[in-house]
Ligand binder design. Structure first.
Ligand code: NAD
Length: 352
């Protein structure tokens, strides 16, 4: 076995159905009494349900969380948190709302309790992406990691089938890249394979029946494991490509991950034969790239970036950005080959 290092991130996790009811006890345990609740405008109902669970004992409710965590929104929320005398933040939502919680927490030192409602995995990471003047920057700091994460399967029942599918593949992508990360290790590999296998079996069941409780339970469990992978080890080509595409061409986050994943994996395949074998098994047996293609077909997701408004003339610039700053990848990153990868993803051609 190769030499490795393993660092566990210190997060406390509460998982199950109806676990939202545990929030008052959790805040009491932490000796916190004035939470500022955070949500997007689309999830005000869930934020109000949270207020009811706390019997109205909150510092305030801020419902303007926005995609890409713009610093202008963070500043507004910070002023509100101060005025309301909040002693902690509780975010209920997907990566966008959790991002706002992280942005407030890292600036103020306020504890952050996270209640995730998608499968994106941000709740398990010490990573924060923020946007200022149209530019997205990402930083990593142990202080960014939320202290408690409450996974309540009931809250995911309303996640639309399409978003469940793409958000779930976003989670799978974290685990795929964790398997060939520069600093991968046996524990993270176990979590990655288990996470991929849980999502590969549950996501098609959710698309068939979004109200299936066993499928929702398994998907959220898989998402937790995959999020842990993202929070523990470095990512490579796939995440670099998605960051470049999302940041520069305003493409939607989870949908971009979904389209790019089979192409990035096909590119890296020749350099990672052992990983491809283990991945093939996790995707249900056989070739791993084929396994992703089959999964995406079952999920009935869009396969071309052009369907989200990316223009053909943007391909060159995307390739340029993707190969700019050198970064770790198991296969050397060659511009012409990356251009062809992006072209295929743009056109919606099958990965190979
Ligand atoms: P999102 O948070 O943007 O949510 C998408 C939409 O779905 C929103 O309108 C939201 O209110 C709604 N929604 C979420 N859960 C719902 C539910 N259960 N029922 C009904 N509607 C629901 O989407 P996302 O994919 O979770 O997050 C994407 C963002 O998170 C991106 O900005 C990405 O960069 C970031 N992210 C960060 C990390 C990290 O580690 N820092 C990891 C993953 C994603």
């Amino acid at each position: 076995m190769d030499t490795f290092e393993y660092n566990a991130n210190p997060a406390r996790v509460i998982f199950g159905n109806g676990t939202l009811q545990r929030l008052p006890d959790e805040l009491a345990r932490l000796k916190l009494s004035a939470p500022l609740l955070l949500s997007t405008p689309q999830q005000v109902d869930q934020a109000n349900a949270l207020k009811d669970v706390l019997a109205g004992k909150i510092a305030g409710l801020f419902t303007e969380a926005t995609m890409h965590t713009p610093t202008s929104v963070t500043e507004k929320a910070l002023a509100y948190a101060k005025e309301a005398g909040a002693d902690c933040v509780v975010s209920i939502g997907g990566g966008s709302t959790i991002g706002l919680g992280k942005a407030i927490s890292v600036r103020t030192g306020l504890p952050h309790v996270c209640i995730p409602t998608t499968y994106a995995g941000s709740e398990m990471t010490p990573i924060l992406g923020e946007t200022a003047d149209g530019r997205k920057t990402t930083r990593t700091d142990p202080k960014i990691l939320p202290g408690t994460v409450i996974y309540d399967v009931d809250l995911t029942m309303s996640l639309p089938a399409g978003l469940s599918a793409t958000s779930g593949v976003n989670a799978i992508a974290h685990a795929v890249e964790a398997l060939y990360a520069k600093n991968t290790n046996p524990i993270i590999s176990l979590l990655a394979l288990e996470g991929i296998s849980a999502l590969t079996s549950s996501l098609p069941a959710i698309v068939e029946d979004p109200l299936s409780v066993p499928a929702r339970q398994k998907a959220l469990y898989g998402a937790w494991l995959c999020g842990t992978c993202l929070g523990s080890v470095g990512m490579a080509l796939h995440h670099k490509l998605c960051h470049a595409l999302g940041g520069s061409f305003n493409l939607p986050h989870a949908e971009t991950h979904t389209i790019v994943l089979p192409h990035a994996l096909a590119y890296n395949a020749p350099a990672i034969p052992d990983v491809m074998e283990r991945l093939g098994a996790a995707f249900g047996g056989g070739d791993a790239v084929k396994g992703v293609n089959v999964l995406l077909a079952k999920l009935k997701v869009k396969r071309g970036l052009r369907e989200y408004g990316m223009k053909e003339e943007d391909i060159d610039r995307a390739a340029e950005i993707a190969v700019s700053n050198p970064y770790y990848n198991p296969r050397p990153v060659e511009k012409e080959k990356i251009r062809e990868l992006i072209r295929r993803a743009w056109a919606g051609e099958e990965a190979r």
